[in-house]
Design a protein. Structure first.
Length: 68
């Protein structure tokens, strides 16, 4: 299945940064094209289902929240 995403691209020093606007994924490259290719790879990995090497552990965590 293919899906289209929108990317914002800008230059930071010697690097170009490509950031997906729909999900929190970004990558970089020496050229705009390289940054976009790297972003495509990062998005593919982001949406790849996890493959567990052993059954997952289930745990509860308790967090102290400040008063509002």
């Amino acid at each position: 299945m293919k899906r289209k995403f929108t990317a914002s691209i800008w230059r930071e020093g010697d690097w170009y940064v490509a950031q997906c606007l729909e999900v929190d994924v970004a990558s970089q490259g020496k050229t705009e094209e390289e940054a976009l290719e790297n972003l495509k790879e990062a998005l593919a990995l982001y949406f790849e289902p996890p493959t567990a090497t052993e059954p997952p552990k289930i745990a509860q965590v308790e967090v102290e929240l400040g008063t509002a």
